[in-house]
Design a binder for this molecule. Sequence first.
Ligand SMILES: [Zn+2]
Ligand SMILES: [Zn+2]
Length: 283
Amino acid sequence: MLSDYHLHLRPDEVGEAGEYFSQENVDRYLAAAEEHGIEEIGVSEHIYRFTDALAVWDQPYWREQARDDLGAYCEFVASTPLRLGIEADFVRGAEDRLEELLASQPFDYVVGSVHFLGEAGAVDDRRFDVWESIPDPDELWGRYFEWLAAAAGSGLFDILAHPDLIKIWGEDRPRPQRDPRHYYEPAVEAIAASGIAVEVSTAGLRKPVGEIYPAPAFAEMCVEAGAKFALSSDAHAPDQVGFGYDRAVEFLNGLGVERICVFEGRRRRLEPLDGNAELEGAA
Ligand SMILES: [Zn+2]
Ligand SMILES: [Zn+2]
């Protein structure tokens, strides 16, 4: 089966909750999933879109983005066939507050992300560019994967999102001198120790880097460490659901991964990944 757990009903930054948390919009996502042979889908809205998240981290971007009510979102999703998830940023030093917030709603799963390295800035947002505060690529990659390891080991999350997001800008930013595997190592150790599912995300194919997250070398290290995988598109619109899934399935097949994670009530099971038949002819 194919799944897509990292979906956003709402595009980044624009619009009102009511336009996107609607049955019509959900129907568009369900139709897109069906078209791509994806049986299992869930939504994981950014936690910082909800006013409740300011209790976890009060930061300028979050303050600007925090408009929606978390309880209303959860209630809405529960009224649809979608699994209920959330994409929660890892905020170092605020683990207790985040844990409390995540426990307040009946999520099927929590996707954990590292976008901001705290006050140092964001890896994927040029307005808060972390490269300005940490311009050395080796230092930055080291710092990013250290944060990723802490996120993986925190026990707060079920799925580790876009694991090498730091590469998002591709050739626009310098690559580290050292073999990237040196930087992956602590994160892979934390993944193995915690058992968190590693996301294979096609979102990177839509970004300047033009690659799946994570890089093949990172994924191979995860396989060797016995990690399990979850599949996603990180779609922010219905036409991105299942985007690049033929390549993601090929990627997982190449790694010898035969089963992917399925979630319900924050418990997971493994289902055979056998999407080839359904993917024939898909874009
Ligand atoms: Zn993300
Ligand atoms: Zn996302």
